[in-house]
Design a protein around this ligand. Structure first.
Ligand code: UD1
Length: 430
């Protein structure tokens, strides 16, 4: 199994190209199930989760062709992938596939909307809390789906004439349930109004793509999304938006090590709250023509308190990385996690590097230390693993991160991007 070896202490200087967003690419790929035409997605990141979803979609009958010629884009490669689902050949998403990635549960929306039935295994995914699917079920029931849970599977059927538009207000903000309800409602009879919907940029990206396919969606990016059902959707060509989590992660890495880096092909507006927290920690952040410049010279890292929240709040997917940064702050900071109840697994690994962190309920208290010291550590989930990389970049000596398959789920060519900026990071294959 691969490991990542980091020798800390180098500043970061250079350019890091930001990939397309994993969390946008996944629902966009799933949207290809809604049409018998070709959906072409540009700027799709090359990640383990994307490859896994390609396998799952193939199982449902989607023909997938990746452009042989990869587009050159800065130092990175962005892939263009064509998805064509002439016929859905299987409406079952089996446990063996869905358990590997929670987002694959989302096929339930398009399968139900287009075929009138779906049998989808209850999901697995990152071990960061219980992550139930009650909101998906309640929402689909509001669209008149009949749902039964049997032997670990959700069996959903639509009324004979198809799903029926309705008004549904989420009791809690959920990105995935918003994606699914929005997709399902595009082909429903009548109008659906979703209240307390997720406002994440990835929801907006999906809505924009669905509209390019002929859907009639308004209000995306606000808490109320209105979807007027249409009879069918067509193909479209759509570019996946930049990955705001990758952007924030590298911005925090620069804030941690010091240096001067341009994050290319990204957009500050995608992560205002996180960038503001990094600024308050002492980094200078300015827009450039194609992205963001992050600089930190000399001055130490200042402690900053944050609380995670749905967009536009501080993203839970950057919480672990920010904690990595705060481990070396000059003072004490507090980080409160409000989205997932078990998202502090990085705490004990950061402690192995010398961080001083104590937990009380959903809040971590981080007392900054003047130095971290490299050690063997273990990645526990996708975002936690990259917080160990950030800490390792600033730690003295060698940090060896094991279980890097977590990193490969969400960070494209991480070691290459960091090495080009002067970091000492390498993949070690056993
Ligand atoms: C997505 C992101 C993930 C991010 C999360 C929150 C993808 C592929 N993943 O995950 O990276 O951390 O948004 O920004 O885009 N919940 C319920 N019942 C449900 C559904 C969710 O209680 O039926 C709860 C969850 O347990 C969690 C909260 O709602 O506490 C938010 O989860 P949700 O927004 O649904 O996360 P995901 O869409 O799975």
């Amino acid at each position: 199994m691969d490991r990542i070896r980091i020798v800390g202490g180098n500043e970061l200087h250079g350019v890091i190209p930001i990939s397309g967003a994993k969390n946008a690419a996944l629902p966009l790929m799933i949207a290809s199930l809604l049409t018998d035409d070709t959906l072409t997605l540009e700027n799709v990141p090359h990640l383990a989760d994307v490859e896994q979803l390609i396998r799952i979609l193939g199982n449902h009958g989607v023909d997938i062709s990746v452009n042989g010629r990869r587009e050159r884009q800065g130092e990175s490669y962005a892939r263009t992938i064509h998805f064509t689902c002439r016929n859905i050949v299987d409406t079952t998403a089996p446990y063996e596939l869905v358990s590997k990635m929670r987002a694959s549960f989302w096929v339930i929306g398009p399968l139900l909307a287009r075929e009138g039935k779906a049998r989808v295994s209850l999901p697995g995914g990152c071990a960061i809390g219980t992550r139930p699917v009650d909101l998906f079920i309640e929402g689909l029931q509001a669209l008149s789906a009949n749902i039964e849970i049997d032997s670990g599977y959700v069996n959903a059927t639509a009324p004979a004439g198809g799903l029926i538009g309705a008004r549904y207000t989420f009791p809690k903000v959920s990105v995935g349930a918003t994606h699914v309800l929005m997709m399902a409602a595009t082909l429903a009879n009548g109008t659906t109004v979703l209240g307390n919907a997720a406002r994440e940029p990835e929801v907006v990206d999906l809505a924009n793509c669905l509209n390019a396919m002929g859907a009639k969606i308004t209000g995306q990016g606000t808490a109320t999304i209105t979807i007027e059902g249409v009879r069918s959707l067509s193909g479209a060509r759509h570019r996946v938006l930049p990955d705001r989590i990758e952007t924030g992660t590298y911005a925090m890495a620069v804030a941690m090590t010091g240096g001067d880096v341009i994050l290319e092909d990204t957009d500050m507006a995608l992560l205002d709250t996180a960038l503001e927290a990094i600024r308050r920690a002492g980094a200078e952040i300015t827009p450039t023509n194609s992205g963001i410049r992050v600089v930190r010279n000399g001055a130490g890292i200042k402690p900053v308190d944050i609380v995670t929240d749905p967009f536009p709040g501080f993203p839970t997917d950057l919480q672990a990385q920010f904690m990595g940064l705060m481990t070396m702050a000059k003072g004490t900071s507090h980080i409160t996690e409000t989205i997932f109840e078990n998202r502090f697994m990085h705490v004990q690994e950061l402690a192995r590097l010398g961080a001083k962190i104590s937990l009380s309920g959903q809040t971590a208290k981080i007392e900054g230390v003047s130095r971290l010291k490299g050690a063997p550590v273990m990645a526990t989930d996708l975002r936690a693993s990259v917080s160990l990389v950030i800490a390792g970049l600033a730690a003295e000596g060698e940090t060896m991160v094991s279980r890097v398959y977590h990193l490969d789920r969400g960070f494209e060519r991480l070691e290459e991007k960091l090495t080009r900026c002067g970091a000492h990071v390498e993949r070690v294959s056993d």
